[in-house]
Design a protein around this ligand. Structure first.
Ligand SMILES: [Zn+2]
Length: 368
């Protein structure tokens, strides 16, 4: 087996500083127990713990990486933003964007998260590994070049793509963002770029508000290489797979990339507190299998998953385990303890037919 798993305990030490959720402490605001962020280390640490307990990590090449260098960060983020972030991080942290609080030392941890994704991309492009997973934290897909937001402080995937393109200028990359929130940061960074296809599946009108519309197709030279699929709340297993088959796979196939990167959030999971979708661990397994098969068909299997959101402490580990099983081909399983309950909550036939019709309608609008 040849799947690399990039992670680093230090990324679990990222906290929200003097904030609870995104609200400053003081007055009647009680501090939260787990580092002050809903994007707590617990979901990701428990995912790694589950993989250790079942032995799945033994089937992966587990490793860390260096932090992204300043040169690498500057290919995406302006110096002014990096200097401000670093100064606040050296002091005592704070809130630098929209819903992106961090504690002292947050800059170095964010650069390390970007470094994990960058190393994962490099490892796959050089052929050192067939595919790779980066357990990046803090996440990156909401972070725009000069505006961090939504718990995201550096654009992990954008930084990784630009690092790869620095030595491979002709590289074409497709980014599939199945985090339940809109991948506005990745979209904005590559909005005018014809060499990077960005696709976001997300719950319509969740976060951020005012972005992620079907009609946002990119601008200038990038016209047509951005694609949004805003899905209704309640979208479940079969409709997610239909979206992959009907929209995602044909769009990526037509773009013909050299590499596929998945912005892998698990917050479309049915019990996530920050969304209202009904995906299960099986959904993530099957989406991973479909994208892996697609990568094998069109880009020599080159596939990297970079962790984004996912806020259910109980369920993210099982969704993550299923994803890594599919990615690596490991036979080590972690049976989903919530499968029965969540399968019983899937959309009924009429709602499912409506969801599929919505996806078909959007596919037509996108000329797919
Ligand atoms: Zn999310």
């Amino acid at each position: 087996m040849s799947t690399a798993f990039f992670w680093d305990e230090r990324t679990m030490w990222h906290g929200g500083g003097n904030y609870a959720f995104t609200v400053p402490l003081g007055g009647l605001v009680q501090p939260l127990a787990a580092g002050g962020l809903p994007e707590s280390p617990e979901t990701k640490r428990r995912m790694k713990n589950l993989m250790d307990v079942t032995g799945l990590t033994n089937d992966l090449h587990v490793t860390s990486a260096d932090a992204a260098t300043t040169e690498q960060l500057l290919r995406v983020h302006p110096q002014e933003y990096l200097s401000k972030f670093k100064a606040m991080s050296d002091d005592q942290g704070g809130e630098i964007g929209h819903h992106a609080p961090f504690a002292k030392g947050g800059y170095e941890i964010a650069a390390l998260a970007a470094g994990l994704t960058t190393a994962a991309v490099e490892a796959v492009l050089t052929g050192a590994y067939e595919n790779a997973y980066a357990l990046a934290r803090p996440p990156g897909h909401h972070c725009e070049a000069a505006t961090p937001m939504g718990f995201c402080l550096m654009a992990n995937i954008g930084i990784a793509i630009e690092a790869a393109k620095a030595t491979r200028p002709d590289l074409r990359v497709a980014v599939l963002d199945w985090d339940v929130h809109h991948g506005n940061g990745t979209e904005s960074i590559f909005r005018e770029r014809p060499d990077v296809l960005t696709i976001s599946l997300h719950q319509a009108g969740n976060y951020p508000l005012e972005t992620g519309y079907l009609t946002d197709r990119g601008t200038g030279a990038g016209e047509g290489t951005n694609l949004n699929l805003p899905l209704p709340a309640g979208t479940g297993h079969t409709a997610y797979l239909h979206a992959i088959d009907r929209v995602v796979a044909p769009a990526i196939e037509a773009f013909n990339p050299d590499l596929i990167i998945v912005a892998c959030g698990f917050d479309a999971g049915a019990v996530d507190p920050l969304a209202r979708m009904l995906a299960t661990a099986e959904t993530f397994r099957e989406m991973t299998l479909k994208i892996k098969a697609l990568a094998e068909r069109i880009c020599d299997g080159k596939l990297v998953l970079s962790h984004e959101g996912g806020y259910s402490e109980i369920y993210v580990p099982f969704c993550g385990h299923a994803t890594l099983e599919a990615l690596s081909g490991s036979k080590i399983t972690a049976p989903d303890p919530m499968a029965r309950a969540l399968n019983n909550r899937q959309p009924g036939p009429r709602f499912d037919a409506f969801l599929r019709a919505e996806i078909d309608h959007m596919a037509q609008q996108l000329n797919l």
